[in-house]
Design a protein around this ligand. Sequence first.
Ligand SMILES: [Fe+2]
Ligand SMILES: [Fe+2]
Ligand SMILES: [Fe+2]
Length: 353
Amino acid sequence: MNSERHYTSDVVVDTRQAFLTIARALDFVGIDDVHHAHRVAYIAYECGQLLHWPDIKLEKTYFAALLHDSGVTSSKEHLRLLGAMRPDDAQAHCDRGYAALKANRLLSGFAEIVRYHHTPWSELKDLEIDEETRDITALIHLSDRVDFLRARYAHETHPEAVTLYEGLIAENILSKKGTLFEPNFTDAMAQLVNIDGFWFAMDYDRIEAIGLEFQSYKPFNHTLDIHEVKDLALFLANIVDAKSPFTYHHSQKVASIAKMLALDCGLDETNSDMVYVAGLLHDVGKLRTPDEILYKDGPLEGVELSIMKRHSVDTMITLDHFFPDSKIGQWAANHHEKIRRLRLSLSIKGGTA
Ligand SMILES: [Fe+2]
Ligand SMILES: [Fe+2]
Ligand SMILES: [Fe+2]
């Protein structure tokens, strides 16, 4: 019990803040189509409001939608899922997401939703799952496909041009009412997509701000203890490691070695655990690195090298968001300052300042 108190007093991590940081990192997997999960969360949340769902159900829907594609490991797979209304082999990422979420105490409540988020309504309606899970799953499926249609019609044009295609998007989803999509939700969504303001308000920062205001979803209304922090970091580390098949469990190995060294150097258990968490997350910025650069068989050059190099700064930003008031956040900030000073001294030496 004493060690619990010792841990929580040293590691102060807000659950919603940590969760939204994870969601932001996950959304980088899209590379050329970032923020897909955020848009799906927004679309589902807005449609749920139209359906008069209670706050607690709306909030769970929003959080589940942010995680719905957490089983997607590569930018290639992400693009494939946004390439057709019923993509091939969609179940593979649902199953991977389900397994990862099920193993996480804080996130296991979203596992079933993620497992079935591409299941057609004609099958979903007969599955033995509770009513709330079925509703949220069906709405996330529909919202996900609305974002697919947005990408299809507004591709390579100004984002606002999607309003020119509202009728086509509504027509498309209505043609699958009762087969692919739940009938009542489809009717509500068809109304929603015909409102210009619905599309104009689909702004990334605004979507994230919606989640920070939530109060009803109880599992997120507390401060994380170190065990939950380690669980969340492990969840994210496994996604990073799955993206690079050449480095199996790389983040876990780095974390374990770093913790051993920290203990060897005389750090106490709490601080060594924080070093362990930092090790788990040290490559999280790689979620934003395109597959072809990560997998390149040969030296990186020019732009490729620049893209690869930015992952350390993306990692730092993620850590800073995850641990704004902890020592890890401070380490990240200090590290940033060191990089800035190093860059400055290098540019002065090189005569470019
Ligand atoms: Fe998906
Ligand atoms: Fe998706
Ligand atoms: Fe690494």
